[in-house]
Write a protein that binds this ligand. Structure first.
Ligand SMILES: C[S@@+](CC[C@H](N)C(=O)[O-])C[C@H]1O[C@@H](n2cnc3c(N)ncnc32)[C@H](O)[C@@H]1O
Length: 237
């Protein structure tokens, strides 16, 4: 059995048994190969826009002897998948805005999906905003820290949230907040450090736009501080 990184394992854990899966931007193809080995995927497609990573995926599919389950497809995003061909799409290790572009470019494929699992390197908030706007609700989230780096994993299914997500939920993740994820405190403090660096840069500019951005960020963090004090018992210094 392939030993996945913690990040890829967390993504795999969100794939239901017996799924038909497309892994977009697969690179090495470890995720679909693993899903074939565990039976979570009864059919899978390792998809990539670049020939070189896809060749690596093809080699891994052969080495792990899962070619009867995992096919490889070369092309942009979900253009290589027919509507109804898969029930689950996984996209990991790229920016949230590219993930959104890929999903928006294939509405007929997305319409037929039962679950989308995303691990954006940046832009998790934009992914959650996309989910809400496009009537997907977040069913599970995970936060992983590996090699001093956080990864957020978001699983969504079709259907609106009963209640719209609050700005703080959009930023931190409704499920991570709900289950008071043990890494959330550290995640928030790293995000706060990043924000302080942005605020320091903004303070050096005289423009109205910078003052506006400063105000927006300060307001956002006042809200976050209020919520985390009350829900996690954490306070920012
Ligand atoms: C950093 S790797 C991530 C690999 C793997 N998903 C992971 O998380 O370990 C990103 C991969 O996405 C592929 N990629 C980038 N844009 C893409 C697109 N529009 N459609 C399909 N694949 C894409 C790249 O060629 C690359 O192999």
């Amino acid at each position: 059995m392939i030993k996945l990184s913690q990040r890829l394992q967390a993504i795999a854990d969100f794939v239901p048994q017996g799924s038909r899966v497309a892994d977009v931007g697969t690179d090495h193809g470890f995720l679909p190969c693993y899903l074939a080995q565990t039976g979570q995927a009864v059919q899978a497609f390792a998809c990539d826009i670049n020939a070189q990573p896809l060749a690596l995926a093809r080699k891994n599919v052969a080495d792990y002897q899962v070619a009867h389950i995992v096919g490889t497809r070369l092309g942009n995003g979900l253009a290589v998948i027919e509507p109804g061909e898969v029930d689950v799409v996984t996209i990991a290790g790229m920016g949230g805005s590219l993930m959104i572009e890929i999903l928006d470019a294939a509405p007929l494929v997305v319409d037929k999906l039962k679950r989308i699992i995303l691990q954006p390197n940046v832009g998790a908030e934009a992914v959650r905003v996309w989910a809400e706007k496009n009537r997907w609700h977040i069913v599970q989230e995970e936060l992983v820290r590996e090699n001093d780096r956080f990864s957020v994993i978001i699983a969504m299914e079709p259907g609106r949230n009963l209640q719209a997500m609050t700005p703080v939920e959009l930023f931190l993740g409704p499920d991570l907040l709900k289950k008071q994820h043990p890494l959330l405190g550290l995640y928030i403090s790293e995000e706060w450090d990043k924000t302080q660096r942005v605020l320091a840069q903004l303070a050096q500019s005289d423009s109205e736009e910078s003052r506006h951005k400063e105000k927006m960020l300060q307001r956002k963090w006042e809200d976050i501080n209020g919520v985390i004090k009350c829900r996690l018992g954490v306070s920012l210094s």
